[in-house]
Write a protein that binds this ligand. Structure first.
Ligand SMILES: NC(=O)c1ccc[n+]([C@@H]2O[C@H](COP(=O)([O-])OP(=O)(O)OC[C@H]3O[C@@H](n4cnc5c(N)ncnc54)[C@H](OP(=O)(O)O)[C@@H]3O)[C@@H](O)[C@H]2O)c1
Length: 300
């Protein structure tokens, strides 16, 4: 995961909801770096774009903690957990955190690279990011030659973090059940397609998430499955489509033509909510803290 930002001498990044200064060369740099990338931003940053519209040709993931917010062409996430659940199968190199201050601060520990445009002036900012020169884990890898725009000198500096935190949870085996027990309810904002326009793979994902809510998981059935030695708990969940397999999640998140700006035009984001059912117990089972028999007994 990477971060890209323009800062002034005080590590200020914005004022009154806007940038401190717009340098065309820096805009070009931003476009090049984030070409076809997945962008992560806070809601205020989305609002700061022309007409509050997402940036074209890139998947725009927007964090917003506001009830009912709908932003055409974006995927709205109401927590970091939800955002991590969407990006978990993506290539971390394709993901760029693009602001603003609140969002940079939350994601900084997860980023391995920060592209900082350093502008030599003070813009009397009201929004800041931490000074990377003062953070032990960050070091400068590369600095460009100095340039100038309307009397303001600036350069592009690449910082690297040698020990970034791993992104959220992964789709790895023992973590899958945990996804269901992490939060209740879990809300997943799918791209803004009306239900009838859902692609097949999106339908599959939707279905996969809905099933636990519809019928729960039969503990005895699980126990029987496990005792037959046909596979582990995750295999059970996958076989019964109680969780989405990695390919489904990948397919759904692929930034392909079907997810072009046109496809994501004016429709409201579709949100689905799942409950945790009895999966906390299965989580205990997955961690070896509960036997199959105890699992069946407790879920009866
Ligand atoms: N210089 C640059 O390169 C650059 C780049 C981008 C933006 N900016 C500037 O930065 C400023 C905006 O920054 P900002 O700090 O005000 O806002 P921001 O980070 O863009 O957005 C904050 C919003 O996102 C929501 N949000 C963030 N994390 C969340 C989470 N984990 N869960 C749920 N919601 C979450 C917040 O909701 P709640 O408050 O309700 O929690 C809040 O509504 C503007 O001036 C903009 O121009 C500068």
């Amino acid at each position: 995961m990477k971060l890209i930002v323009a800062v002034d001498e005080t590590w200020g990044i914005g004022k009154n909801g806007d940038l401190l200064l717009s340098i065309p060369d820096d805009m070009r740099y931003f476009r090049e770096k984030t070409r076809r990338a997945v962008l992560v931003m806070g809601y205020n940053t989305l609002l700061s774009f022309p007409n509050g519209k997402p940036l074209p040709n890139r998947m725009n993931l927007v964090l917003a903690d506001i009830e009912g917010v709908v932003a055409p062409g974006t995927v709205i996430c109401d927590s970091m957990e939800q955002l991590f659940s969407i990006i978990r199968d993506m290539n971390a190199d394709d993901i760029f955190v693009i602001g603003g201050g609140y969002t940079y601060r939350q994601f900084l520990p997860y980023c391995d690279t920060a592209y900082i445009t350093k502008m030599r002036f003070s813009g009397d900012a009201d929004t800041f990011i931490p000074n990377l020169d003062e953070l032990e884990e960050w070091r400068v890898e590369e600095t460009s030659e100095e340039r100038e725009h309307e009397g303001v000198k600036y350069c592009f500096v690449t910082y690297v973090n040698d020990a970034p935190k791993p992104v959220g949870f992964s789709a790895k085996k023992s973590d899958m059940p945990r996804y269901f027990v992490k939060k209740e309810p879990v809300t997943i904002a799918l791209r803004d397609h009306a239900a009838q326009r859902l692609r097949e793979d999106e339908k599959a994902l939707l279905h996969a998430y809905f099933r636990p809510l519809e019928r729960g998981v039969g503990a005895e059935e699980v126990a029987a499955f496990l005792s037959e030695g046909d596979g582990d708990f995750e295999a059970y969940l996958l076989r019964h489509r109680l969780i989405a397999d990695e390919n489904t999640v990948k397919a759904m998140n692929r930034p392909d033509e079907a997810h072009s700006d046109e496809a994501c035009s004016d429709e409201a984001a579709l949100r689905v909510t799942i409950g945790k059912e009895k999966l906390a117990l299965f989580d205990e089972y997955a961690q070896g803290r509960l036997s199959a028999a105890a699992l069946a007994e407790r879920c009866r």
